[in-house]
Design a protein around this ligand. Structure first.
Ligand SMILES: Nc1ncnc2c1ncn2[C@@H]1O[C@H](COP(=O)(O)OP(=O)(O)OP(=O)(O)O)[C@@H](O)[C@H]1O
Length: 596
């Protein structure tokens, strides 16, 4: 009926990725250049399907032309291969039930009780499918089967993926001849068993600022909750150090609380770096829940590979990583020939392509050689000397790395690159040097010694949990630390159009993860690509009644100013001064600190 053979195969997001990659390869065989990345195309395809759109339903414009083309090829491909992706399962079923009325009636009569969980995240397509399940008596305006939707409209945080919470609630109620006003139709579960009264009062007063909601007021029997901690930091390092200091104190005071009951939440993944550094310095184990440690992220590895090759032309691993990244149409076969030639001549890959005219005369390889040589020259010769982060930024721009992440979908990668520049600026400041070699030596441990895993899911040891607020949905922790509460970061304004109600729901999710204690922090000075910027405190902090908040200051018993520790760090000798030569044997700052 839908043109599928009975032995069809269901494919997951990884399969989708390899199919799109294969199609792209075919499509751009000649140029090895495409305007949109595979992941961006998959997001586009899935979003279209969630809106019930086939490739032929899309209004083509300059921006989506290429994506639409790949979508149509993807459709043909999976049809020929008798495959279905997740969104297709629903889309195909919806189209079938719309076409075959008998079948639609059959199924709507077959399922008498339907329970929908996480209703706030339903897409347009899922909503359309759901309506086809209604066994309706049009004449009497009644429904013969029973529906129960469970969800929290205040936790609808996937508008960017197509979830349309309040619209869908109204559509759902209308389809079932129900009304928002009738208390028998909407049952509010307002008693909360997770959090203290203080946490709930804060959550209620923040979310109360949203217009678009059904409205509810959480309450609890868990009284006398501790006040919410608030810390205004001098800069982001100070913020991270303060939070880690508090955590250390909690661990001391409550040795029986598992570390996994402590969570640090932030709005963007790039914010993890400062906290990772502070936790490593304190020797506290951590896990990035649903994410990858900062120095293991793909864009950071690529960025560092550029720096490494420029600093040391014999670094073959760095060469392999960037010779064709961003794409320069230098394929696997060419790389194999380079590897063989370099081996035969007993030299590094970069040296080899410069000396063998078969390669050095090829334009794309010649351009790569010039890129590396010119970057090195500029860094060495510019007067006054470039700061370390400026050197890096120059390389990332010249190499096309920054440009390769210009798509909206890659904003996180650019944020991570910016954070890397911030880290370099801090390094220069701390060690009074702009020497790339010394910087690369110091971070060598972070990049070589940590687990080279994909997602950091290792859970054999109790660890502090770090995650984005999106990642925290559905979870709960004894102690929750929400960091980076400044305007334009949280609430975010990454694309210049802040959806304040969606951001506020995210804040509501963040607050309601806390069972016993909540802490908020911010720094009015933040850096962007190494440049300091002044920020305003998040409006969400002001939306919490001051009586619920305890502002931390240096006189608090629990708080020991990090300045003392900074002095210790500043006395550490740099690798060149203490005679270490290879990255593997180096200790990071924290370890030097401990050894001293
Ligand atoms: N009736 C109850 N009595 C005692 N504890 C309860 C009860 N119902 C739920 N809880 C506890 O409250 C906490 C939250 O429950 P649950 O995770 O089911 O809520 P939820 O609505 O899914 O939360 P959220 O959507 O905010 O993540 C859990 O720790 C759970 O064990």
């Amino acid at each position: 009926m839908v043109g599928l053979k009975s032995d069809f195969i269901i494919i997951d997001p990884d399969d989708q990725l390899s199919i799109v990659k294969r199609i792209l390869k075919e499509e751009v065989k000649e140029t090895n250049f495409y305007t949109d990345k595979p992941k961006a195309i998959i997001n586009f395809i899935n979003k279209c399907k969630d809106e019930g759109k086939r490739s032929t339903d899309i209004m083509i414009n300059h921006e989506n032309r290429f994506k639409q083309l790949i979508y149509s090829k993807y459709e043909t491909y999976i049809q020929q291969e008798n495959k279905l992706d997740f969104a297709e399962l629903i889309l195909l079923t919806k189209e079938l039930l719309e076409k075959e009325i008998d079948l639609q009636v059959h199924y709507s009569k077959k399922f008498r009780f339907i329970l929908i969980d996480e209703f706030q995240d339903t897409s347009t397509l899922q909503m359309d499918w759901l309506k086809l399940m209604i066994d309706r008596d049009h004449q009497n305006k009644t429904v013969q089967n029973c529906f129960m939707a469970v969800g929290d409209d205040d936790q609808s945080i996937y508008a960017f993926r197509g979830a349309q919470c309040v619209n869908n609630i109204d559509e759902y109620l209308k389809a079932l001849y129900l009304s928002r006003e009738n208390p028998e139709h909407i049952i509010k579960l307002e008693q909360n068993y997770r959090s203290t009264n203080v946490v709930l009062e804060a959550a209620n007063s923040v979310i109360d600022h949203n217009q678009s909601r059904l409205g509810k007021n959480l309450w609890t029997d868990i009284k006398n909750g501790e006040q919410i901690g608030l810390y205004q930091a001098t800069d982001t390092s100070d913020e991270a150090e303060h939070v880690v200091e508090l955590i250390k104190n909690f661990i001391k005071l409550h040795p029986n609380i598992p570390l996994s009951q402590i969570a640090i939440l932030y709005r963007t993944n790039a914010q993890s770096r400062e906290f990772e550094q502070a936790l490593m310095n304190s020797g506290i184990k951590y896990r990035i829940y649903g994410g990858i440690k900062f120095y293991q992220r793909s864009e950071i590895k690529s960025a560092l590979a550029y720096l490494r090759l420029i600093q040391n032309e014999n670094d073959n691993d760095a060469f392999r990583r960037i010779i064709n990244f961003p794409a320069r149409a230098i394929g696997k076969a060419t790389l194999e020939k380079i590897e063989a030639g370099a081996k035969q001549n007993q030299c590094s890959l970069f040296t080899y392509i410069q000396t063998d005219s078969n390669f050095s005369k090829q334009k794309k390889i010649y351009d790569f050689i010039q890129l590396i040589i010119n970057c090195k020259k500029t860094i060495e010769e510019t007067n006054p000397p470039m700061e370390l982060y400026e050197q890096a930024l120059y390389i990332f721009e010249q190499s096309g790395l920054m440009n390769s992440y210009k798509n909206k979908e890659e904003v996180e990668r650019l944020q991570n690159i910016s954070e890397l520049c911030n880290a370099m600026k801090q390094f220069s400041h701390l060690y009074h040097t702009n020497d790339l070699t010394q910087y690369l030596s110091v971070i060598a441990l972070d990049t070589t010694n940590t687990q080279d895993g994909k997602l950091d899911t290792s859970d054999e040891i109790e660890r502090i949990q770090m995650m984005t607020v999106h990642g925290a949905k559905g979870l709960e922790f004894h102690y929750v630390f929400i960091a980076g509460l400044v305007q334009d970061l949280f609430p975010s304004n990454f694309f210049g159009n802040c959806d304040i109600e969606e951001e506020r729901r995210l804040m509501y999710v963040a607050i309601t993860r806390a069972k016993r204690y909540l802490h908020m922090s911010y720094s009015e000075i933040r850096s962007n690509y190494g440049q300091q910027e002044r920020c305003k405190r998040s409006q969400f902090i002001s939306e919490i009644p001051p009586k619920l908040v305890h502002v931390h200051n240096e006189n608090d018993e629990i708080y020991q100013p990090p300045k003392k520790r900074m002095n210790v760090v500043q006395t550490i000798k740099l690798p060149s001064q203490i005679g270490f030569l290879t990255g593997k044997n180096l200790l990071n700052v924290a370890q030097w600190n401990k050894k001293k």
